[in-house]
Structure formats: structure tokens, C-alpha cells
Design a protein around this ligand. Structure first.
Ligand code: XMP
Length: 518
């Protein structure tokens, strides 16, 4: 198993039993200022013992413990003396593996549910929490008998054991989901488990993250030189600022104008980084090269690969004049690492800053944000003194508008999309929705449709508006934008952008869709 992504004294391991539950738990643990990492359920007791975690949290999962092939935990982990909290499936697994009973219910519990303390029971985990509380449940099976040495401490209408514990072994379980916002006292349960039962100290702060990263970057780069590609997005901006803090003038930023940026973005990025950050910056105008590389490329993965590869080559060329520039800074985030198949999660897209890199790349990577979620990156950015306009900038994919134009990419399509996209963003800002919306942009498909403008028949492209809310891009919901706002956007796009005669709104969440179209 890989070592901790960061050097920290206390790590909580979140064991992933499937679906998306583990990420939310990992983030909640970090919100309580304890560092957490997700590990697959196949983790062995020897691996766990090696890493000496401060605590283990077993996530929920989509399976029933009774199903053939349902994931289990290496039973020797229960005997390591590491404090364990099982959530939902994780709780049922504890009950089952330690010889309690998990029954099959007539009916499950889904959504808001009332839980009450079992009269006369003492509970370390639920201390300070009201004896009647509302929680979020999502289960069918239910624990009916606790293992020997455990006590049942709470119940709900369909879960005779909604919480149980064995304080001597420091093992706890809750049938409900303390990590979701719909469980008002959920954070108090996690706090009780981490800070009191597992004796974790709340020391994982962004100030610490910055200090540790600065040390790690200095150690890695030594007297060498690093270059960093600024993509226009918050990740590369924060990565650059962090590395600049660590090694100052040993860092040169390269801003590659791929021709696939949002409208006016190039000037803005160059200006901001030069002016406010005082970072050494090379502005490469490489649009021609990128458009050449994209001729005839239609397949999304091929496109990502082509853009990623060209990006690196352009960097290599730009760094040619910088002696010893053998480190490349990338704003890779923890969700990118997870989504690229490093953990249990299936590979979904090869994000160009992880999976799409050419094998013969000549740089060693410096990835100071590899352990962080997006909200943490924003906090680091603010702490480093970056202005709001950068820190709160919407995420933008490395391959830029290339993955928002379906089919072959050319200059004319990019110009159309840039204009439509600008209108979407302007109207979102005007409506005051900038921070509420995770991302709002336009997509240009490779189909055309018939319309009528004035008395003329038109045959143009549709623009598809995509606006989503999300906490970390792992899951997302389509934004319920007001009809009036959608209408304003649509009217403006059709009237102001040549080549577009129709506007559609994408109402797909993630999953099953992804945020980007390619
Ligand atoms: P998807 O489309 O996978 O995107 O739901 C999740 C988030 O990641 C952004 N994204 C990228 N970011 N390089 C990046 O740095 C990429 O290649 C890339 N592709 C997608 C996307 O905008 C969304 O915020």
C-alpha cells in the first residue's frame, strides 16, 4: 500500500466499501482537522499495522452483507487495537464479522428517521447528543444482535440496533450516516469518536498543510528549477503560489495559450500573475500547434491525450532556455488521483494532469495538492494571499474548450464557443450566483438544426448550457437556474453569437453524467 500522501503524525484511514460514501467521510474527518485518506477494502491487517493509523472508519456501501461476494474487512484488523467506527454497511460488517447478527428486515429505512437512546445504556460515542435525534438512514438489513462484549445504545423503528459500541475494544458502529448534512448531530458523533475515543488532535489545518508542503517542495526540488503551467484554473494557480512560496525565483511559470482558453482569459492570467504575484512568467502563444495536433481528432480520450502531449512538448520547448528545469509543477487534486484509478474507484476519464501524460516525459512531477480536496485548495489559496478572483474561479479542465467542443476542434468552433460561454458566465455573475454554482459553461455539439430568424431559414449549431452545483466535483447536480435567467442567456446567445440558432439546457446529474461532456 502506498504511504501517506502527506507526512503527518495522525492519519485516519477511511475504508471504502463502494459507491461514493468514502469521499464524503474523508472530507468530514478533515473538516474536524484530522488528516484522512481513503483505502480500498482489500487493505490487509499488515498494511494497516505498517501505517499505524490513529483510527479507522468503515464506510457505507451499496451491497448487503448477506450477498455472496460482498466486501469484507480483513478480520485481523479488529485485533490491532486501532479505534474503529463503522458506518451503515461498515457497522453491519462489524456486527457480522464479530459474531453478532444482521437480520433481513421486512422493510428498510431511507431518509430522515428518528433514533432514540436505549434506556439504561451508557454510551461513550453518543455522549452529549440528545437522546432523541433525527438522522439520515439508508439501509435494508438491520443489526438485530450485537457481538459479545458490545452494548446496543440506540434504536430506530426499523433498526433495533442503530448504534452500538465496545469501549474496551474501542470499536463503534452507527447504522445511520453521520457524515451527511441531513444528520444534524452527525458531526458531533464523528467529533466524539475522533477527538475523544481515538484521541486524535485537531491539528490538520491549512497553515500546517502549507508549512509541510513548503518543506516537502524544498526537499524535492533542492537547488533545481521548476516550471509550472498555469491553466487559468484555481488548481494550477494555487500550486504555483505554493511552489513560489517554497522556492521563489527557482520557479518559472509558463502560460501556454493553447487557443482553447475562455475568452480574454490569456490576458487576465498573465496580468494577474505578473502583477500581483511577481512570478517569473513566460507566455507561449502556441494555438497553431494545438489546432494542428487536433486535426481529424474526434475521440474524447484521443483528444485529451493529444492536448496533454502537446502541452508537455510545448513546456519542454519553453523550458529549453531555463537551465536545470527538470521539475514540472501540476495542480493534481485528490479526486483526480482517486478518479484516475489509483484507488478502488473505476477509471472514468484520464484527466490530463494524471493519466494522459506521455510515457517519455522529461520532467519529474511536483504535485503539492495531491492530497487535497477542492475546498481545501481554495483555503490554501486564500491563506497564501491569492485574490478572490483566482481562488473562487470556476474549475476549468486542462484540455480547455477542446473537451467542450464535441467532434473535431477548429478555430471557428472555438470562437463560437468562447462567445457563448462568455455570455453564460456573465449572466451567472449578474444574477449573483457565481459562488453557488460550481461550474457554468457552454458546450458546442457537432450537430446542426434548422431555425428561422427574421424571414430567413438558418442552419446552425445549438449551444448547450451546463450549470452544476457540487461540493467537490465527485458528484454534481444540475443547477435549478431560474427560467428567466435561462431565457436571458438563450436570447443573448442566439442574438449575439453568429452560428448558433438554438440553446438547450443540460439536466443531467453526476453520476450518471460527468460535468464535462468529454
Ligand atoms: P468530470 O467531467 O470528470 O469533471 O465530471 C470533474 C471536474 O474536473 C474538471 N476536469 C479537469 N480538470 N484537467 C483538470 O485539471 C482535466 O483534464 C479535467 N477534466 C475535467 C471538470 O471541469 C470538473 O470540474
Amino acid at each position: 500500500m502506498s504511504p501517506d500522501l502527506v507526512d503527518t503524525e495522525q492519519t485516519v484511514l477511511v475504508v471504502d466499501f463502494g459507491a461514493q460514501y468514502a469521499q464524503l467521510i474523508a472530507r468530514r474527518v478533515r473538516e474536524l482537522r484530522v488528516y484522512s485518506e481513503i483505502v480500498p477494502h482489500s487493505v490487509s491487517a499488515a498494511d494497516v499495522a505498517d501505517r499505524q493509523p490513529a483510527a479507522i472508519v468503515l464506510s457505507g456501501g451499496p451491497k448487503s452483507v448477506h450477498v455472496e461476494g460482498a466486501p469484507v474487512l480483513d478480520p485481523a484488523i479488529y485485533d490491532l487495537g486501532v479505534p474503529i467506527l463503522g458506518i451503515c454497511y461498515g457497522a453491519q460488517l462489524i456486527a457480522q464479522q464479530l459474531d453478532g447478527t444482521v437480520g433481513r428486515n421486512d422493510r428498510g429505512e431511507y431518509g430522515r428517521t428518528e433514533v432514540e437512546r436505549i434506556a439504561g445504556s451508557e454510551s461513550a460515542l453518543l455522549e452529549g447528543i440528545p437522546s432523541d435525534q433525527t438522522v439520515w438512514m439508508s439501509h435494508f438489513d438491520a443489526i438485530t444482535e450485537v457481538p459479545e462484549g458490545f452494548v446496543a445504545t440506540a434504536s430506530s423503528p426499523s433498526a433495533p440496533v442503530a448504534a452500538f459500541e465496545n469501549v474496551d475494544r474501542n470499536i463503534y458502529g452507527v447504522q445511520y450516516h453521520p457524515e451527511v448534512a441531513h444528520t444534524p448531530h452527525g458531526m458531533a458523533v464523528l467529533e466524539q469518536f475522533l477527538w475523544r475515543q481515538a484521541d486524535c488532535s485537531p491539528t490538520w489545518t491549512m497553515t500546517n498543510v502549507i508549512e509541510q508542503s513548503v518543506d516537502a517542495i524544498r526537499k524535492q526540488v533542492g537547488g533545481g528549477r521548476a516550471i509550472c503551467g498555469l491553466s487559468g484554473g484555481v488548481d494550477s494557480a494555487v500550486a504555483a503560489a505554493l511552489v513560489h512560496k517554497a522556492i521563489g525565483p527557482q520557479l518559472t511559470c509558463v502560460y501556454v495559450d493553447t487557443g482553447l482558453m475562455r475568452k480574454n482569459e490569456s490576458d487576465q492570467v498573465v496580468d494577474t500573475f505578473h502583477r500581483t504575484q511577481g512570478i517569473d512568467l513566460i507566455h507561449v502563444r502556441a494555438a497553431d500547434e494545438f489546432f494542428d495536433a487536433l486535426v481529424g481528432v474526434v475521440d474524447p480520450e484521443a483528444k485529451r491525450k493529444a492536448i496533454g502531449e502537446k502541452f508537455i512538448r510545448v513546456f519542454e520547448a519553453a523550458s529549453g532556455g531555463i537551465e536545470d528545469a527538470n521539475f514540472l509543477v501540476q495542480g493534481t487534486l485528490y479526486p483526480d488521483v482517486i478518479e484516475s484509478g489509483t484507488s478502488d474507484a473505476a477509471k472514468i476519464k484520464s484527466h490530463h494532469n494524471v493519466g494522459g501524460l506521455p510515457d517519455d516525459m522529461e520532467f519529474e512531477l511536483v504535485e503539492p495538492l495531491r492530497a487535497l480536496f477542492k475546498d481545501e485548495v481554495r483555503k490554501v489559496g486564500t491563506e497564501l494571499g491569492l485574490p478572490d478572483e483566482i481562488v473562487w474561479r470556476q474549475p476549468f479542465p486542462g484540455p480547455g474548450l477542446g473537451v467542450r467542443i464535441i467532434g473535431e476542434v477548429d478555430r471557428a468552433k472555438v470562437a463560437i464557443l468562447q462567445d457563448a460561454d462568455l455570455i453564460v458566465r456573465e449572466e451567472i455573475r449578474r444574477a449573483g450566483l457565481e459562488r453557488e454554482i460550481w461550474q457554468a459553461f457552454a458546450v458546442l455539439p457537432d450537430i446542426r438544426s434548422v431555425g428561422v430568424m427574421g424571414d430567413e431559414r438558418t442552419y446552425g449549431f445549438p449551444a448547450i448550457i451546463r450549470a452544476v452545483t457540487s461540493e467537490d466535483a465527485m458528484t454534481a447536480d444540475w443547477a435549478r437556474l431560474p427560467y428567466d435567467l435561462l431565457e436571458t442567456m438563450a436570447n443573448r446567445i442566439i442574438n449575439e453569437v453568429d452560428g448558433i440558432n438554438r440553446v438547450a439546457y443540460d439536466i443531467t446529474s453526476k453520476p450518471p453524467g460527468t460535468i464535462e461532456w468529454e
